[in-house]
Design a protein around this ligand. Sequence first.
Ligand SMILES: [Zn+2]
Length: 183
Amino acid sequence: MSKTYHWKHFTIQVTKKKIKNTNLSIKPAQPDVICMSIPYAMSYNDALEVLEQPRIQRWVEKHQKKLQEHPEYPKVQEMERYHKRLQKILPELFKKWESRLGVRCAKISIRDTRSQWGSCSIRSGNISISVWLGAYPVECIEYVVVHELAHLLEAGHNQRFYAILDNHYPSWKHCREQLKNGK
Ligand SMILES: [Zn+2]
């Protein structure tokens, strides 16, 4: 059982567990999320009141300061920036290319993957895009969108697939090079 609340600029995830004392934690990857475990006997309202206690406020402040000094913190910030950029750019690109290619993507997700720029599940029609693509020029992002949507027409990386790219996005090779050299 778990509930989500908003408190100050934090998201609070309160989970009831078989424990005696309330537990709080903040993960480096999600500095704005406070995970709170409470005993079953405690109400969610009481849990939120705990957050108002001065000692808890002090804990949150101390923790945040520590996180900001954490080596992963700049990475998290960078990721958030790319995520925001992609969220802004992707819907329009998908709309444009879905209509040009005559396909439909069921769900777009942005993921923290380093191994590939994008992936497409042909069965579900879901496409995921690497958050790190957000560091590249729009034409490279567009290439990945075209590439993944083209998989809805042709699953494999075969002649037919590359013919679709040549036809619709002639600069794809240049973009692929840029993506290869970047990371
Ligand atoms: Zn592919």
